[in-house]
Design a protein around this ligand. Sequence first.
Ligand SMILES: [Zn+2]
Length: 295
Amino acid sequence: MNLNRQKIFLYILGALLLGAILVWSAVWQNGTAAIVGQLGENSELKVDFFDIGQGAAVFIEAPNHSRVLIDGGPGSQILNKLGRAMPFFDREIDVVILTHPDSDHLNGLIDVLKKYQVEEVVDPCLAEPQANYQEFLRLIEEKGINHLCAQAGQRIKLADDVTLDILFPFESLEGVSLKNTNDSSMVTKLSYGQNKILLTGDAEKKTEIQLINAQADLSAQILQVGHHGSKTSTSAEFIQAVRPQIAVIQVGKDNRYGHPHQEVLDRLKNIKIFRTDLDGDINFLCSLKSCERGQ
Ligand SMILES: [Zn+2]
């Protein structure tokens, strides 16, 4: 190689090196900014109603990053959903709630307990011999997770201004056997500033009427429609007590139960409805004043 060609070669090499440095520093800066953003405080509360097939799973993250997962859906799909909702390096969930021990709420939580570091589990503690619930209990014990049996009046405090109140069951159902496990379904109310979100699991009309008769404070802007839009839930009386602006139905496409039932959609006719079978994941970002649908 003569001297000129050597010089040109060095110039090209230098330019390539400089280009690579510039590209990588930009990537590094953006990456760091994203990580710092995830670690720092936001001012928004995040509520994700996951599209998890025929089942339910709701992920709540407070501005201080305290997290609650309510139900895990029917299978391991929840792991992908959480993988996208949380930073890759973070595996901590403060509270896992199992509204009631039916497979379409429970099965995904077994994977979550295996893969995530969970502080506390809350559920109705029914006497349920089926294998998946026993596996759930075994994991709670093996991992030394706090286990609380749900009862109205209990409050989960995610932050000073973010609370999740347990409204149902009224009394502990520890060790109780129920023919219809939906009658044990936890009903909870999430509060952040002026925002109230009512989460009903698979609670049916019987529970709804009990809550109304007990004069529970049910008013909420966003309602998770009970039991995937089954006609056994979301009675006219209940809608009147909640007065939601938005109704979210977690339901699988072409499910064999015919959920959501037309009757329920008719009862909700003046309310904005989002459905996971049609809309996919339904995410809200809430400031102290209002919740907006996010991405
Ligand atoms: Zn269900």
